[in-house]
Design a protein around this ligand. Sequence first.
Ligand SMILES: [Zn+2]
Length: 82
Amino acid sequence: MSPEPANCPLCSAAAERMRAATRGFRYTCPSCGTFHISSRALTCRNDIPASAREDVRRLRSYGHAPQIEVSPDGVRIVPGRS
Ligand SMILES: [Zn+2]
């Protein structure tokens, strides 16, 4: 699987994504860094909170691999396995 060009769902910058082993994609954005997003979260990207970029950055600074997913309460960002 090779990376394909895609706009970052968080900041719309030109980024790359790869299909992840689990459902979804792993994005590598020059601005937001690397994070995982589920296919379902991608389909409702308008519901991604504006704070998501900051959450992703904060989680990464703590060494987590941030994951954006849809929960019953809406889109949320959780610390994934690093
Ligand atoms: Zn981005």
